[in-house]
Design a binder for this molecule. Structure first.
Ligand SMILES: *[C@@H]1O[C@H](CO)[C@@H](O)[C@H](O)[C@H]1NC(C)=O
Ligand SMILES: *[C@@H]1O[C@H](CO)[C@@H](O)[C@H](O)[C@H]1NC(C)=O
Ligand SMILES: *[C@@H]1O[C@H](CO)[C@@H](O)[C@H](O)[C@H]1NC(C)=O
Ligand SMILES: *[C@@H]1O[C@H](CO)[C@@H](O)[C@H](O)[C@H]1NC(C)=O
Ligand SMILES: *[C@@H]1O[C@H](CO)[C@@H](O)[C@H](O)[C@H]1NC(C)=O
Ligand SMILES: *[C@@H]1O[C@H](CO)[C@@H](O)[C@H](O)[C@H]1NC(C)=O
Ligand SMILES: *[C@@H]1O[C@H](CO)[C@@H](O)[C@H](O)[C@H]1NC(C)=O
Length: 380
C-alpha cells in the first residue's frame, strides 16, 4: 500500500524549506544533480536497482557533514538498455485529436521512466515530472494545428485514456493516472481565462518569455529562477485577462487567484512547448520541475545537541557517536514518508546542521547511515 504516499505532489511545493543560501556548496550539488538527472532522463535507462544503489553510495559522501567534495557526477550515467517489453498494439478511442506520433520518442522515454514495477517508487522524482512534461509537449505540439492549448472535456477524456494506453503498451504502469494524479481536467484550460495561442500571445511578452526559457541552465535555474519567474509573470498576465474588472479582482480570494495563476502556468508551459523544439522543451520542463522536487525536505529536525556532544569536534567514542546518530535518525523516521530525492535533500540538510555544530567527520559513512534511512517507503 505504498502508492498513496506519493500523492504529496512535489510540483506544487515551491517553498524552499532548506533555506540554503543560494548557490552554496550544497545547493550547487543539487543543481548539478538536476543537470545529471535531466540529462540522463532524456536517454533511456534501465530500471533495476543498481543505479539507485549507486546513486545513494555516490551521493552520500558528498552531502555528509564533512562535505567532502568527492566526485559524484557519474552516478546516473546514461544507462544501458530499456527494460524488455512486449509491445502490444493498444486499442485507441479514435476520438483523440492529439498527434501522439509527433512525440513518440518522448513517450517511449516516459514509458521507461514510469516502468510498471518502478513507477510508484520514483513517482515524484522521475516518472511524474516526465509524464507531466510529455503531456504539456503533446498539447503544445498539437496546438500548432488547432490553435488551441487546451482540450474540451470530452476530448480530454479520450486523449488521457489513449495516452495512458499507449504508455502501458510500452511497459509503463497502468496506474499512472492515480500515481501521478493526472485527470482529464489537467488537459483542459482549468480556470485560466485564455487557452488559445493568439490569446496567449496578445497577453504576454512572448519574446521575453522565450528568451528566458529557450535554454534553461540546470545549474543556475534553481537558484536564479530566471525562466520560472518569466513563466509566473506570463501566467499572471493571462490570469488577469479574465474577469478584468476591479470588482472581480477584489471579491476573488487569494486561494482562488493562486489556482487561476496555476492553471495559466500550464497554458504557458504548453505554449512554450509549441514554440520550442521537443528536446529543449523537455529539458526546460524537467529542469524547472526538478528545482521543486529537490528543494523540499518535509522533515522537522530537532536539536542536534546530543549528536554534537558525542560526534562533535574530535570524536572520542565512536560507538557513543553512532548511538546518538541512530537515535536522532530514528526520531526523524517517525515523522514522514518521503521520496528519494527528498531524502537526498534531508540528508544534505542534516549534514549542514551537523557541520554548524562542529560535527565534521563523515558520520553517515562510519555510522552506516544511508539514504534508505531517510526514505522510509523504500525500506518498508
Ligand atoms: C550539464 O549537462 C550538459 C550536457 O550534458 C554539460 O555539457 C554541462 O557541462 C553540464 N553542466 C554541469 C555544471 O554539470
Ligand atoms: C532490488 O533490490 C532488492 C534488495 O535490495 C532485491 O531483493 C531485488 O531483487 C532487486 N531487484 C532487482 C530488479 O534487481
Ligand atoms: C509477448 O506477446 C506474445 C503475443 O501476445 C506472447 O505470445 C508472448 O508470450 C509475450 N512474451 C512475453 C515475454 O511476455
Ligand atoms: C503527426 O506528427 C507526425 C510526426 O511529426 C507527422 O508526420 C504527421 O503528419 C502528424 N499528423 C497530423 C495529423 O498532423
Ligand atoms: C490535475 O487537476 C486536479 C484538479 O482537477 C488537481 O488537483 C491536480 O493537482 C492536477 N494535477 C496536475 C499534475 O496538475
Ligand atoms: C563508549 O560509549 C559506549 C556507549 O555509550 C559505552 O558503552 C562505552 O563504555 C564507551 N567507551 C568508553 C571508552 O568510554
Ligand atoms: C566549533 O569549533 C570552533 C573552532 O574549533 C569553535 O570556536 C566553536 O565554538 C565551535 N562551535 C560549537 C557549537 O561547538
Amino acid at each position: 500500500m505504498l502508492v498513496p504516499l506519493f500523492f504529496i505532489i512535489s510540483l506544487v511545493l515551491t517553498l524552499d524549506l532548506l533555506q540554503l543560501p543560494c548557490c552554496s556548496g550544497l545547493q550547487k550539488a543539487f543543481c548539478i544533480l538536476d543537470n545529471v538527472t535531466a540529462n540522463s532522463l532524456l536517454q533511456k535507462h534501465d530500471t533495476d536497482n543498481t543505479s539507485i544503489e549507486e546513486m545513494k553510495n555516490t551521493l552520500l559522501p558528498y552531502i555528509s557533514p564533512d562535505g567532502s567534495p568527492e566526485p559524484f557526477i557519474p552516478f546516473l550515467a546514461p544507462s544501458p538498455l530499456p527494460p524488455f517489453v512486449n509491445n502490444t498494439n493498444p486499442k485507441l478511442s479514435g476520438s483523440c485529436i492529439l498527434n501522439f506520433t509527433a512525440v513518440g520518442s518522448l513517450m517511449r522515454t516516459t514509458s521507461v521512466d514510469c516502468y510498471a514495477s518502478f513507477a510508484p517508487l520514483l513517482a515524484n522524482v522521475i516518472c511524474c515530472p516526465q509524464l507531466h512534461a510529455t503531456l504539456a509537449i503533446l498539447l503544445g505540439k498539437s496546438s500548432k494545428r488547432t490553435g488551441m492549448l487546451a482540450l474540451d472535456s470530452s476530448h480530454a477524456n479520450y486523449c488521457l485514456s489513449d495516452f495512458q494506453k499507449i504508455l502501458a503498451s510500452q511497459g509503463a504502469s497502468y496506474m499512472l493516472e492515480e500515481i501521478c494524479s493526472v485527470h482529464p481536467s489537467n488537459l483542459s484550460e482549468g480556470s485560466c481565462p485564455v487557452s488559445n495561442i493568439d490569446g496567449v500571445e496578445s497577453a504576454i511578452d512572448s519574446p521575453k518569455l522565450l528568451a528566458a526559457c529557450k535554454t534553461v541552465d540546470p545549474v543556475n535555474e534553481c537558484c536564479r529562477k530566471r525562466c520560472q519567474n518569466a513563466i509566473l509573470d506570463a501566467a499572471g498576465r493571462l490570469a488577469m485577462r479574465g474577469g478584468g474588472s476591479l470588482r472581480v479582482e477584489i471579491t476573488i480570494n487569494v486561494a482562488e487567484k493562486a489556482a487561476i495563476v496555476d492553471d495559466c502556468k500550464s497554458i504557458i508551459l504548453r505554449w512554450l512547448s509549441c514554440r520550442l523544439d521537443t528536446l529543449p522543451a523537455a529539458q526546460l520542463l524537467r529542469r524547472v520541475s526538478n528545482c521543486d522536487v529537490n528543494g523540499v525536505c518535509p522533515l522537522v529536525f530537532p536539536e542536534t545537541t546530543a549528536v554534537a556532544k558525542d560526534c562533535g569536534n574530535e570524536i572520542e567514542n565512536y560507538s557513543a557517536c553512532c548511538k546518538a546518530m541512530n537515535s536522532y535518525i530514528t526520531h526523524l523516521q517517525k515523522q514522514s514518508f518521503i521520496t528519494n530525492l527528498q531524502a537526498v535533500g534531508c540528508a544534505a540538510y542534516l549534514g549542514l546542521q551537523l557541520q554548524k555544530v562542529n560535527v565534521s567527520k563523515n558520520v553517515y559513512r562510519f555510522c552506516q547511515i544511508t539514504l534508505k534511512d531517510f526514505s522510509l517507503q523504500v525500506a518498508s
